[in-house]
Design a protein around this ligand. Structure first.
Ligand SMILES: CC(C)(COP(=O)(O)OP(=O)(O)OC[C@H]1O[C@@H](n2cnc3c(N)ncnc32)[C@H](O)[C@@H]1OP(=O)(O)O)[C@@H](O)C(=O)NCCC(=O)NCCS
Length: 331
């Protein structure tokens, strides 16, 4: 059944990172942390932070333009826009609709997808299925987050981890050369919602002066538990995606994991038995960019020539929900 459906392929990638770079030392001057602690416990050294007035849709649009250029397509070629984000320009309208305006596309369906750090891969899955159904020929999938505005700048357990940025891919119908999205595995477990959340500002906890003072509109994280869950889920879902693609691990060229903590990657690599050299990482330079994490790292590796056409790349991510996803892609 699936074999008769059109397969989707990534036609081009792009990214955008704000110009301003904040080093660990600069952060340590205002929160109780240190460059040495962050390098050892997380692996982050610097992160990009958006300028005042810059928005998530600005970042998403810049990444989208770069992906369209790489695919040698124009905004008029798009017939679906998905922006994965949990830090959009405003609760309403969708940031994707603003991106549609900024790009100047046709009046195509455009919506946001809130699956946190796994959101980009969730978006890729929706685009893939829309292409397989025949409803869509060319989709834009962006992962964009401005989490610097969602952390409590005085909370050392979160303020240093996150950075701002956007990554994008243009997805179209695959040819018969074997390149394309080979498998996709998605999951969620709402029982673990408290591990990573922004509890305030929605219908559950409308903002009041008390809640504002308690910083309920900022990211709350149970780091150690999230760490354990990340290792377990990313390992299992990655193995499932590899198996579903019908590949053996020796056919795997690269793994691009969510850039959250280098020690998580160490553990996944050891448990999966994959060489550490196969893992593409940019955490040291950009921090955890939420839904932007996977497409930013993918674009970097495509543009610097590490990821080559025809290579097999495993993408995997876990975020608030908790939600998780893994996909095998032949570039
Ligand atoms: C957040 C994280 C880096 C914390 O590292 P950790 O080694 O688990 O540290 P702990 O939370 O156990 O804290 C250990 C100590 O370091 C301190 N600490 C935490 N953050 C710190 C920081 N930025 N700088 C200095 N000290 C810090 C804690 O206060 C604690 O001090 P105490 O022992 O005096 O109480 C880590 O848990 C993590 O990466 N979690 C996973 C995040 C994740 O998976 N994200 C995926 C989805 S985005």
């Amino acid at each position: 059944m699936r074999a008769s459906l059109p397969r989707a392929r990534i036609l081009g990638t792009g990214r955008y990172l704000p110009a301003r770079v904040v080093t660990n030392d600069e952060l340590a001057a205002r929160v109780g942390t240190s460059d040495a602690w962050l390098k050892e416990h997380v692996g982050v050294e610097r992160r990009h932070v958006a300028a005042e007035g810059e928005t998530t849709s600005d970042m998403a649009t810049a990444a989208a333009r770069a992906a369209l250029d790489a695919a040698r397509l124009s905004p008029a070629d798009l017939d679906l826009i998905i922006v994965a984000t949990v830090s959009g320009d405003s609760p309403m309208p969708a940031t994707a609709a603003t991106v549609q305006q900024k790009l100047g596309t046709e009046l195509v369906p455009s919506f946001d997808l809130a699956a946190s750090h796994a959101g980009f891969l969730y978006g890729l899955a929706v685009a893939e299925q829309s292409i397989a159904s025949g409803a869509t020929r060319t989709a834009l999938v962006v992962g964009a987050d401005m989490l610097s505005r969602r952390v409590d700048p005085e909370d050392r357990t979160t303020a240093a981890l996150f950075g701002d940025g956007a990554g994008a891919v243009v997805v179209g119908v695959a040819g018969d050369d074997g390149r394309g999205i080979l498998s996709m595995r998605l999951g969620a477990d709402g029982a673990m919602a408290s591990l990573l959340s922004i509890p305030g500002g929605g219908t559950g906890e409308p903002m009041t002066p008390e809640r504002l003072a308690a910083k309920r509109n900022k990211i709350q994280m149970d780091g150690p538990d999230l760490f354990q869950v990340s290792v377990k889920k990313l390992q299992v879902t990655s193995m499932e995606a590899l198996k579903a693609a019908g590949l053996l691990s020796d056919k795997l060229d690269w793994v691009i994991p969510q850039q959250a903590n280098r020690r998580i990657v160490d553990k996944i690599a050891a448990r999966l038995g994959y060489s550490r050299e196969k893992f593409i990482e940019n955490l040291a330079d950009v921090g955890n960019t939420g839904a932007g994490s996977i497409p930013i790292a993918l674009d970097e590796a495509v543009r610097d020539g590490r990821v080559k056409p025809g290579q097999n790349v495993l993408l995997c991510a876990l975020g608030a929900g908790v939600t998780w996803a893994a996909s095998m892609v032949r570039m």
